[in-house]
Write a protein that binds this ligand. Structure first.
Ligand SMILES: [Zn+2]
Length: 300
């Protein structure tokens, strides 16, 4: 059996897959605040699954951060319980088996490239649009991690200056990374809400903004228009670097039905003449992609 964990800031998802990648067990728990509680939770889940399925399952874990290639500690600011910890080493001792760790956006894309929207393509860019922006790169059958294991951190690229020419009064949002005007602060679900609050003068969650947009509300249409312009401009820069065959959009905002056609219409002006547009697609596995990708870390 293949065990997959998807660790988030508020909850942890655990699933068990058989060798045909069919999910046979799934459960969620709140993310513990303390490292010892975290270790107990993972250990209990694994040991109970071993008993339930009479096996010794493989363990793959996706988390919102990166493993430092030099000292193997985790960078994982959104999950304080495991920040700075030697998680793989500690779990290997506790569980008595090898443990695979991977960035959660990479797990999302790994899943999409095995039987999902990215299957069979040479170069795939995956983007998750939720509270933040996650992204991952898949090239010739493998995840591309980069020198620092930070490849795909497109959310922290600043928005292109051409957007300031088009929108001179664009707000300068502060990012959690300590800088201003990162793409994530405009194009994530939180980013859309940031833009709406700035232009409409009142707070509204992104699903409610999209409902207003669908209902023909002028302010919502204006804000979504700016959102799409910023997204296309930022994505254009990424396409010029990577030239992917396909781009897969996941996360809550990827359910916005106008996203793919609107980006497809806006992208050519940000690319070079003669370039073919990559295919934009929604994710196949939805919210379950992360935990499936984590299990796939040990798929033969
Ligand atoms: Zn940033």
């Amino acid at each position: 059996m293949l065990y997959g964990f998807d660790i988030g800031g508020t909850k942890i998802a655990f699933s068990v897959f058989d060798q045909q990648l069919v999910c046979v067990f799934s459960e969620q728990q709140p993310t513990p605040h303390e490292y010892t509680d975290f270790m107990v939770l993972i250990n209990d889940w694994v040991k109970q699954a071993d008993l339930r399925f009479s096996c010794r399952g493989t363990v793959g874990i996706g988390f919102p951060g990166a493993v430092n290639p030099c000292d193997r500690r985790l960078h994982c600011a959104n999950v304080p319980a495991i920040e700075g910890r030697h998680l793989a080493d500690d779990l290997t001792i506790t569980l008595g088996r090898d443990v695979s760790l991977e960035n959660d956006a990479n797990c999302f894309l790994l899943s999409e490239c095995h039987g999902g929207s990215g299957d069979g393509f040479a170069t795939v860019l995956g983007i998750t649009l939720g509270t933040g922006v996650g992204a991952a790169i898949f090239v010739n059958g493998a995840i591309h991690r980069g020198y620092n294991a930070f490849a795909g951190e497109i959310g922290h690229c600043p928005i292109p200056a051409t957007m300031l020419l088009k929108y001179p009064k664009l707000p300068q949002f502060s990012c959690g990374c300590g800088r201003k005007m990162c793409l994530e602060t405009y194009i994530s679900g939180t980013g859309l809400a940031n833009l709406y609050k700035h232009y409409a003068g009142m707070p509204l969650k992104s699903p409610d903004i999209l409902d207003k947009y669908r209902a023909g509300d002028k302010t919502a249409i204006n804000v979504v228009d700016i959102y799409l312009d910023l997204f296309a401009a930022g994505l254009g820069c990424v396409i010029l670097v990577l030239d992917p065959d396909v781009i897969i959009l996941g996360g809550g905002l990827s359910n916005f039905e106008a996203l793919v056609p609107a980006l497809t219409a806006r992208l050519p002006e940000h690319l070079l003449k003669g370039m073919r547009l990559p295919t934009l697609r929604s994710a196949t596995f939805g919210a379950a992609g992360g935990v499936r990708g984590a299990a796939l870390l040990n798929y033969p």
